[in-house]
Design a protein around this ligand. Structure first.
Ligand code: FES
Length: 132
């Protein structure tokens, strides 16, 4: 089955020097609150800036070894995939299922770097964000 890529427009949101490793850097892109995260190898990731748990801001989140921890109730997310690592992977399956939307993945966005400028790919024409 062929996959269809949605058209995206890349928006400049920051410079690589702006983003300290291990901390999140809040930005606005296309009217959405996002956070940028830079790992120890210099890779930059863009994720939704609101935690799926209670839609509270992730601006004060900590990042350690590719895991972002929400400052509010300590849910944890993989910065590469947006997957909820805690509590989804820790709780017994039946209990995790009861958490429903609270443990859905954090949305991620494509990122590219052009001459030290970080650009985030946003869906064109008002499309919804996607997880590649
Ligand atoms: S708002 Fe993030 S864990 Fe509750």
């Amino acid at each position: 089955m062929a996959t269809t890529r949605r058209p995206v427009q890349y928006l400049a949101v920051a410079y690589t020097r702006d983003i300290p490793a291990g901390r999140v850097y809040p930005v606005l892109a296309g009217g959405r609150e996002l956070i940028l995260v830079r790992d120890g190898e210099g890779n930059v990731y863009a994720l939704d800036g609101l935690c799926p748990h209670q839609r509270l801001p992730l601006a004060g989140a900590e990042v350690w070894k590719g895991v972002l921890e929400c400052p509010w109730h300590h849910f944890q997310y993989d910065v590469c995939t947006g997957e909820n690592l805690y509590p989804r992977r820790v709780y017994p399956a039946q209990l995790a299922a009861r958490l429903g939307d609270h443990v859905r993945p954090l949305r991620i966005y494509p990122v590219r770097t052009v001459d030290e400028q970080i650009q985030v790919g946003m869906p064109e024409a008002g499309g919804s964000p996607w997880t590649p």
